[in-house]
Design a protein around this ligand. Structure first.
Ligand code: ATP
Ligand code: MG
Length: 246
């Protein structure tokens, strides 16, 4: 094993990927290196942000090229299992993440799968739900939760597995201002490297310490771009909204 402190946490080297054999590739010979900070990933709809994160967590396999975790190539099934254990992904659609009848079962599922006893897994789940201030939801039926509630529980299912890296795909979608602030405070307090896909400039300006932009299958690193957070007023200004420009 290479020394993890010297290698980037996650990397793509010369990755080409298409969803279908004849389709135009989303990426061609893409290089990407994630050093382990809190990186904002921005780009237009359909630019490939979700695809990039799915490649990094091994949900999609490069057509050619290789994914590296802490300097080690992901080649075998064992590597893939290790990668998935270490990298927690919060999906763009919370429904893709939640499949157990109740909230407690959903959040306990991951720790149980990692070998904790049923009792330990429930204790872990409760601890994470308390951290997110969602402990009152433990007995709720998952599919009856609101969109924002589902998103918080989806984050809980990932945090319960104690990931080394967090990949967040539009985490503030569906969240009202209170829930968004709670999520922001929680994420700021976590000492976990993360990549955050978002169109929400307010969130990014408060959370990310570096940015990459995806356009036409190419990545631009952020020295050329500055995300600002200005004071402003709108009619109905207390409602959650997004800035259309940076
Ligand atoms: N399962 C799939 N099968 C075929 N094409 C897909 C599939 N998923 C995504 N694509 C295509 O790949 C491209 C990149 O999609 P992706 O979902 O990664 O974009 P995105 O940047 O996350 O967009 P958004 O901001 O809308 O979430 C798009 O052209 C999309 O239509
Ligand atoms: Mg997406």
């Amino acid at each position: 094993m290479q020394n993890p402190t010297q290698a980037p946490l996650l990397e793509l080297r010369k990755v080409t990927f298409s969803y279908e054999q004849r389709a135009k590739p989303v990426f061609e010979q893409l290089d990407f290196s994630f050093p382990g900070n809190r990186m904002g990933l921005i780009g237009d709809n359909g630019s490939g942000k979700t695809t990039l994160l799915h490649l990094l967590v091994g949900l999609l396999k490069p057509t050619t090229g290789m994914v590296y975790f802490q300097g080690n190539p992901i080649q075998s099934d064992t590597d893939l299992v290790q990668l998935r254990r270490s990298v927690g992904m919060v999906f763009q659609q919370a429904d893709d993440q939640l499949f157990c009848p109740t909230v407690l079962e959903d959040v306990a599922f991951g720790p149980l799968n990692l070998g904790q006893t049923s009792r330990q897994a429930k204790a872990t789940a409760l601890e994470v739900l308390q951290l997110l201030r969602m402990e009152n939801y433990i007995e709720r039926i998952t599919h009856t939760l609101s969109g924002g509630e589902k998103r918080m529980i989806a984050l809980a299912t990932v945090l319960a597995m104690n990931p080394k890296v967090l990949l967040l795909d539009e985490p503030t979608n569906d969240l009202d201002r209170t829930a968004k602030n709670r999520l922001l405070t929680t994420l700021q307090a976590l000492e976990i490297p993360m990549i955050i896909i978002s169109h929400d400039w307010d969130l990014l300006s408060k959370l990310a310490d570096g940015y990459v932009a995806l356009e036409n299958g190419k990545l631009t690193f952020s020295e050329q771009m500055e995300i600002h957070n200005h004071k402003h007023a709108h009619p109905m200004g207390s409602h959650t909204h997004e800035h259309q420009h940076c």
